[in-house]
Design a protein around this ligand. Structure first.
Ligand SMILES: NC(=O)c1ccc[n+]([C@@H]2O[C@H](COP(=O)([O-])OP(=O)(O)OC[C@H]3O[C@@H](n4cnc5c(N)ncnc54)[C@H](OP(=O)(O)O)[C@@H]3O)[C@@H](O)[C@H]2O)c1
Length: 264
C-alpha cells in the first residue's frame, strides 16, 4: 500500500470531518468522494488504480477547500487490508467510512474463474468485515461515526448466475443491519445501501430504469437523517425487492433465473 497526500490549502487550520472511501476510483465510490468533499470533509481515497485516484484527488483539492489523500491498496489482499486497518486505527479523526469496493465476476458457477471468485469473497466479505471492525473500534473511541456499506438489491433474494455475488451482498446487508443495532448506543451509525442497476464501469450500457451513481449517493445521504438500518436506492428497486420478499422462494428463483439467464 502506498500513500500520497494532496496538501491542505495554506492558511487552513480548522479541523474538518474526515471520510474514508474504499473503492473511490470509479462509479458509486467516486461520487461519494465528490459528495463528501462538497460537504466539507477531508477525504481518504482507497482503491487499486493509482492514476484514477490521483486524478480524483486533484479534482477534489482544486474544487473544494479540503484535503484529499490517496492510498493505493488491493483490498482482496490480506496485507493491504491490515495496512488500511492500521491507518484507521491511527487516524486522529474518522467521521465517516464508505465501503463501496466490490467485484462481481460470475455467470454459471462452473464457468467462473476460481481466482476471481476467491478474490470477490475476500473483497466483498472479508475486507468489508475486517475494515468494518477497525472502523467501529476507532469510532467508538470518539463516541461517534457513520459507516455506509454498499450492498445490492441482488442481496435481497437468491440470484441464479450471480449466486456468489448475490450471497456476498446478502452478507453485507445483514452484517450491516446487525452492526447498526450493536453500535447505536455507542453513537456509531451503520447503514447498508443497496443499489439496483446503476450506470458504472461494473454495469455499463443502457437499461430500463437504470440509476446514476449520484442517485445512490443522494439516497444514502437522505437515509442518514433517518433511522433505517438499510435502504434501497430507487422506487423500482424497492418494489422489486419487496416483491421478492413476498413471493415464495421457488417463484422468485424462477423469475430471477429468467432475468439473469443471459449472464450464464
Ligand atoms: N453498478 C451496479 O449496478 C451496482 C448494483 C448493485 C451494487 N453495486 C455495488 O456498488 C459498489 C460499487 O460498484 P460500482 O458499480 O461503482 O462499480 P465500479 O465503478 O467498478 O467500482 C468498484 C470500485 O471498487 C474498487 N475495487 C475493486 N476491486 C478492488 C480491490 N481488490 N481492492 C480495492 N478496491 C477495489 C474499484 O477500484 P480499482 O479497480 O481501482 O481497485 C472501484 O473503485 C460495489 O460494491 C457493487 O457491488 C453496484
Amino acid at each position: 500500500m502506498t500513500q500520497t497526500r494532496y496538501d491542505k490549502p495554506a492558511g487552513s487550520h480548522a479541523p474538518r470531518p474526515v471520510a474514508l472511501i474504499l473503492g473511490a476510483s470509479s462509479g458509486i465510490g467516486r461520487e461519494f468522494a465528490r459528495r463528501y468533499a462538497r460537504e466539507g470533509f477531508d477525504v481518504i481515497l482507497v482503491a487499486r488504480s493509482r492514476d484514477a485516484l490521483a486524478e480524483l484527488a486533484l479534482e477534489i483539492s482544486e474544487t473544494h477547500t479540503v484535503e484529499a489523500q490517496v492510498r493505493v491498496a488491493d483490498l482482496s489482499r490480506r496485507d493491504d487490508v491490515s495496512s488500511i486497518a492500521a491507518v484507521i486505527d491511527s487516524l486522529p479523526r474518522l467521521d465517516h467510512m464508505v465501503f463501496s469496493a466490490g467485484s462481481a465476476p460470475e455467470g454459471d458457477l462452473t464457468r467462473s474463474d476460481p481466482v476471481s471468485l476467491r478474490s470477490m469473497v475476500d473483497l466483498n466479505i472479508t475486507a468489508l468485515t475486517l475494515l468494518g471492525r477497525a472502523a467501529v473500534i476507532r469510532m467508538r473511541r470518539s463516541g461517534r461515526g457513520t459507516i455506509i456499506n454498499i450492498a445490492s438489491v441482488a442481496g435481497y433474494q437468491p440470484t441464479p448466475y450471480l449466486a456468489a455475488y448475490g450471497a456476498s451482498k446478502s452478507y453485507v446487508r445483514t452484517f450491516s443491519e446487525a452492526l447498526y443495532e450493536e453500535n447505536r448506543r455507542h453513537g456509531v451509525r451503520v447503514i447498508a445501501v443497496s443499489p439496483g442497476d446503476t450506470d458504472t464501469p461494473m454495469n455499463p450500457g443502457a437499461a430500463r430504469g437504470k440509476r446514476q451513481p449520484e442517485d445512490v449517493v443522494d439516497t444514502a445521504w437522505r437515509a442518514l437523517s433517518g433511522r433505517a438500518p438499510a435502504v434501497i436506492d430507487g422506487a423500482r428497486n424497492r418494489a422489486l425487492a419487496g416483491l421478492a420478499r413476498l413471493l415464495p422462494t421457488r417463484a422468485t428463483l424462477l423469475i430471477a433465473e429468467r432475468m439473469f439467464r443471459s449472464q450464464a
